[in-house]
Design a protein. Structure first.
Lengths: 501, 309, 353
């Protein structure tokens, strides 16, 4: 038996305190499509980033065609024939497809002549090889994301890649584009290229892949031949049976409806026909795959993007929000997903971060009141048990979990009536996670309406009174609180409920 | 929308201006003044060519006016020391390249923001020049003007020479791998790095190129009069940037071509004499230049907002 | 590497303290090298009170422009047109007073308004239309100077202002040059605005992270507009003082002042990328440059060469480069990746998706 194209043994990787991968084995043969499935945060992206050389593993070995990899470096990985098709292609927006391919694939001195006809021809060939019907003369800027992905794949093929990694390639494709892509993948396989295929679409995975590996919580739960396993079994493996014990306090009965969305939509962001209600004192979870439109929905409710259809009724009042300030004034708060870019301002002191949304209320007449600011900050630092050198420390010097607490403190300080949390415990260690869960429970008990966007199924199921599941930009179903995680996953994946038996 | 819509519209505006002149001020179209105009603007064209490269690579250099003055004065002094023309050409280009290299070291090497660096260089060079020369003109030796050739020949030489240089650069930008690197660096420096291009090195060379072209332009300017004015480069940077921006080179980098720059230079060069012939006072020139830059930026922004996705 | 913050006042203050040392050293140098006694034993040169007041007078206009630029640069933007707005407003003042016959106080008030309108053009293009500040203010730099030249046809000079007006620029009030009081007032207002109000804090947040500011509910466009409007208004005030000092208004008023203003701001510790910076730092920067400019003029060697202005410009340019290089080396932004775009690559403030 020839040695596998790619062989990973006992791969371990941690980021800060959190363990992303623990002892994962994975291998890929030439001419094979090997799919990688698992929930958000199960470790798939980390694994492929190690393969692509973006990270070095903390433990374990990686071998390509039998030879161990010593240096983890994107350029080295590229030289070894590994190509990764990212969600965000690294293309030149102002240049044409042909030129992009030319710049990436041509080697030689800067002083050689550019053969435009040759470039066009070669680009056409590579595109044809993968079955993409794109005009090589189009500027990348004018291409849609899936089209750009095709260019990246053509680039990989042109570079003579032996391993092509595709991360959620069909996430936003039309039926036609999907079929095209499947054809491309089969073509690659025929050419002896090994494909690592990450996807949430289990039906597609089973149809396309030769083998499937399931990751859960950083561990490999098993590798199976695609023909030998069914979708429900895959779901069961992905979700597992153990659940983190979330302290369950008494379930307070929810109060009156605070937020009501009716057929809400925003053409630009793909959200359409979302209708749901959130009551006072209730924690409504919003589950779904990445790209299902949860964050986009939150942005509409918070006033960051305008709604183009439907309406938002808040406390009986129809809202037409044009800016976050208007939402905040009504009592809506949004703790964003991207902590470092949107949640806190890294360079500013903790206390200034906490009061950033409070200027109108805390500082009447626009005069800063340092004393009031400091005591407010200290109060929240204490309440949320934030570990930091002091209220004047820059937010960037805190750990991820503590930064998240600061981000939360900022919004709690506005005394909101509706709190939207977007992946609040992502990248947060277990201890801080529990604290945050307790806090969210407490807030709901005090009468706050909470909309919890989360990809952490145990968290969603443990905390929430009801669970909305989004898929493809709309609300697919609203499930009751202690639902079976398989049911949630099934709806998120687009399966009929109850098929997971 | 055609890829060259912007350049075509500039050319169109130029044609329109020419038409207006033909109707209202036919006196504009006389061979000798036109040739003189073209000769006077030849240096501007050269500097605009270099500036276009810099802006395409997503930088800017507002010290070109001072570089121009310094090179001009030095060339004049060397001419006064009886240096032959053969030696003056590399001297001018070399000096300009040297000044460009200083910018390059600060901007590409240290990563300092180009606007502030070149702002400082602009004043440092100009004041340094004033310090040394006290504003004195440099008298050029007899027979130096027009390289000792008859005026018309000299003028044609300069005009065609400038066009040839620009053509050369245009060809290089299109057909030389290094030329395409300039676009890559300006379009997305990170992607360029991943593709094996070195953005900082590219930026360094582009700034040197602008300096070299400025030196050459200074030489071309010097041979047009019997004296070298130390203030000759004043306001050049604005004029050149305006021409480049009007000509379709995007300030955000990565796009534009020298054909558009040529059209931009022609358009702006014609405005001043057009104003004269149309009996508008010349004092409006700076204001019109500024307004043109603003309009060009607005147009670029509109194009981006409503471009086909 | 220890990040700068209020918990480590030593680090932040250290930059300003360095500047204080430089200023002191400078001042002492010029005092000893530039002060002599004339034949009658009277002190002349740098060390005299007259000279010091001259320095104060001359630094008011550039100081005002530097104050005007500080909030703008804090937001991560830039305004190259402040010198041209000064020139334009000076001409406007002369026009209103002499050609339209308005009483001076009214003309001055209208000039201030015109300054705000000029800043308003920048504000509309940059804050509302999201055009890159660099190229916009490069255009308005040309536009306003051009308007000044067009109005005066390059030749007209407005002179013969009444003595009451000239008092502002040439006489003393309560022991100090009159305009110094005005400058102090503006300095105080700007300092309070930047350091004691939510506006100032908004400027910083926008400079550090325009998207983060939006997500926190800050009115980003309004704050940016405020910066440019204020800059225009202060430039107009500088124009009034300039005219009063020189007793005349010409189209080249304030030509080249933007360099000195930007140098003062950067010297004072304000990052050209936005976010960090102080008004007192800017004031120290202004003082450093003013002492340099005027001190040079007192040195006997320089006087003999008649090269004061040139040397001042030369050294100021070199000083700016040094300050930039020194600012970059310690990496003032320890938390972000170096991919943050500097103001000169002319990107508009990041637009959230």
């Amino acid at each position: 038996m020839p040695s596998p194209l790619l062989e990973l043994r006992a791969i371990a990787k941690s980021f800060g305190g959190a363990r992303a991968l623990r002892g994962v084995d994975f291998d890929l043969a030439a001419g094979e499509v090997h799919a990688l499935v698992g929930e958000n945060g199960a470790g798939k992206s980390t694994l492929v980033r190690i393969i692509a050389g973006a990270h070095a593993p903390d433990g374990g070995t990686v071998a390509i065609a039998g030879r161990a990899v010593g240096k983890f470096d994107p350029a080295a990985a590229h030289a070894l024939g590994i190509a990764c098709i990212y969600q965000q292609p690294a293309l030149f927006p102002d240049l044409t497809v042909a030129e992009n391919l030319g710049l990436r694939l041509e080697s030689g001195s800067p002083w050689q002549r550019v053969d435009w006809a040759g470039r066009r021809r070669r680009a056409g060939e590579w595109l044809a090889r993968i079955g993409a019907r794109l005009d090589p003369e189009r500027e990348i800027r004018t291409l849609s994301m899936p089209e750009q992905q095709l260019v990246e794949i053509a680039c990989a093929v042109g570079a003579g890649a032996r391993v092509v990694i595709m991360d959620e390639p069909t996430a936003s494709l039309t039926r036609q584009e999907q079929d095209l892509l499947y054809g491309v993948v089969r073509d690659l396989r025929r050419q002896g290229i090994g494909v690592i295929y990450i996807s949430h679409r289990l039906e597609e995975v089973l149809a396309l892949a030769d083998r499937v590996t399931v990751l859960r919580d950083g561990e490999s739960v098993g590798t199976f031949r695609a023909g030998a396993i069914s979708e429900p079994e895959l779901i069961r493996l992905m979700v597992g049976r153990e659940m983190d014990l979330i302290p369950s306090g008494g379930q307070p009965s929810a109060g009156a409806v605070l937020l009501s969305l009716r057929n809400l939509g925003c053409a630009a962001s793909g959200v359409h026909e979302v209708s749901l209600e959130v009551r006072r004192g209730e924690i409504l979870g919003l589950a779904g795959l990445v790209g299902a439109g949860r964050t986009e929905l939150a942005r509409i409710v918070f006033g960051l993007t305008p709604a183009t259809a439907g309406e938002i009724v808040f406390d009986g009042e129809r809202l037409r929000l044009r800016s976050p300030a208007e939402a905040i004034a009504r009592g809506i708060a949004y703790v964003p997903e991207d902590r470092r870019r949107h949640g806190v301002v890294l360079e500013m002191p903790v206390e200034e971060n906490i009061t950033l949304a409070l200027h109108r209320r805390l500082f009447p007449g626009s005069w800063l009141r340092r004393g009031a600011e400091r005591s407010l900050a200290l109060e929240y630092l204490r309440d949320l048990a934030v570990k930091c050198p002091g209220p004047a420390a820059p937010a960037g010097s805190l750990s991820g979990g503590n930064q998240q607490k600061i981000s939360l403190a900022r919004w709690l300080a506005t005394r909101p009536r509706l709190l939207i949390l977007d992946e609040p415990t992502q990248g947060v260690d277990v201890g801080a996670k529990r604290e945050l869960h307790r806090l969210i429970r407490r807030l709901a008990a005090e009468g706050l309406a909470v909309l919890l966007i989360s990809s952490d199924l145990p968290e969603v199921i443990g905390l929430c009174d009801r669970i909305g599941v989004m898929r493809g930009g709309t609300l697919a179903a609203v499930l009751p609180g202690k639902s079976d995680p398989h049911d949630v996953m099934a709806v998120a994946l687009g399966q009929a409920k109850g098929a997971a038996a | 929308m055609s890829r060259y819509a912007r350049e075509i519209s500039v050319a169109g505006a130029f044609a329109l201006l020419l038409a207006v002149l033909a109707v209202f001020a036919p006196g504009f179209y006389q061979p000798q003044p036109l040739l003189s105009l073209a000769t006077r603007e030849a240096p501007t064209l050269l500097v605009a060519c270099g500036m276009a490269l810099v802006i395409i690579s997503r930088q800017i250099d507002i010290s070109v006016g001072s570089q121009f003055s310094v090179c001009g004065v030095c060339v004049g002094l060397l001419a006064g020391m009886q240096w032959p023309v053969i030696a003056l050409l590399p001297a001018a280009v070399g000096l300009g390249a040297l000044l460009g290299a200083v910018n390059g070291l600060l901007i590409a090497g240290l990563g300092l923001p180009s606007i502030v660096v070149t702002l400082a260089m602009m004043v440092t060079l100009r004041q340094g020049l004033n310090l040394v020369r006290q504003g004195k003109f440099v008298d050029l030796p007899e027979g130096f003007q027009w390289f000792g050739l008859p005026q018309a020949t000299g003028q044609w030489l300069l005009v065609l020479g400038a066009l040839a240089v620009v053509l050369g650069f245009a060809v290089a930008l299109r057909y030389l791998a290094a030329g395409r690197f300039v676009y890559a660096i300006g379009s997305d420096a990170e992607a360029a790095r991943l593709a094996g291009i070195r953005p900082r090195l590219g930026t360094f060379w582009v700034l040197i190129g602008l300096g070299a072209l400025t030196g050459l332009a200074a030489l071309m300017n010097v041979v047009q009069s019997p004296q070298v004015q130390p203030l000759a480069g004043s306001g050049l940077e604005l004029k050149v940037i305006a021409a480049v921006v009007v000509g379709g080179v995007a300030i955000s980098g990565g796009r534009g071509n020298l054909g558009g720059v040529l059209a931009g230079v022609l358009l702006l060069a014609t405005i001043s004499p057009a104003l004269t012939h149309l009996r508008v006072e010349a004092y409006w020139e700076k204001a019109i230049q500024g307004a043109i830059v603003l309009l060009a930026v607005l147009a670029e922004s509109a194009r981006r907002r409503w471009a086909p996705r | 590497m220890k990040p700068p913050s209020r918990d480590w006042p030593a680090l932040l203050l250290r930059h300003e303290m360095l500047l204080v040392y430089v200023l002191l050293a400078e001042w002492l140098f010029f005092y000893f090298a530039g002060t002599t006694t004339n034949r009658r034993g009277v002190l002349i040169g740098f060390g005299t009170l007259d000279r010091q007041f001259d320095i104060l007078r001359h630094s008011c206009e550039i100081g005002l422009l530097a104050l005007a630029l500080t909030p703008v640069i804090l937001t991560g933007g830039i305004d190259l047109s402040v010198g041209s707005i000064l020139g334009f407003c000076a001409i406007f003042l002369g026009l209103l007073w002499r050609d339209c016959g308005l009483p001076l106080p009214l003309a001055a008030a209208c000039t201030l308004a015109m300054g705000v309108v000029a800043g308003g053009l920048n504000a509309v293009l940059i804050a509302a239309l999201r055009l890159p500040p660099l190229i916009v203010t490069l255009g308005t730099y040309s536009l306003f100077r051009g308007l000044a030249e067009a109005i005066t046809r390059g030749a007209i000079t407005y002179t013969d202002f009444p003595a009451g007006f000239l008092f502002l620029g040439q006489e003393r009030w309560l022991g100090l040059p009159a305009q110094a009081w005005l400058f102090a007032l503006v300095a105080l207002v700007v300092w309070l605005l930047v350091h004691r109000t939510t506006f100032g804090r908004s400027f910083r947040v926008i400079g550090f992270s325009p998207e983060g500011a939006r997500y926190a509910g800050l009115p980003v466009e309004r704050r940016l507009a405020l910066g440019y409007l204020l800059a225009g208004g202060i430039a107009a005030l500088a124009a009034i003082i300039y005219t009063a000092r020189l007793g005349q208004a010409k189209a080249d008023a304030g030509l080249g002042y933007e360099l000195f203003a930007i140098t003062a701001v950067v010297l004072g510790g304000t990052s050209i990328f936005g976010g960090t910076g102080t008004v007192h730092g800017t004031l120290l920067g202004v003082a450093t440059i003013a002492v340099l400019k005027n001190g040079l003029a007192c040195l006997p060697l320089v006087m003999r060469l008649n090269a004061a202005e040139e040397l001042a410009g030369l050294l100021t340019g070199a000083l700016l480069l040094l300050a930039l290089a020194a600012g970059v080396l310690p990496r003032i932004r320890p938390f972000r990746r170096a991919s943050r775009r500097p103001v000169d690559s002319t990107h508009p403030p990041a637009v959230p998706p």
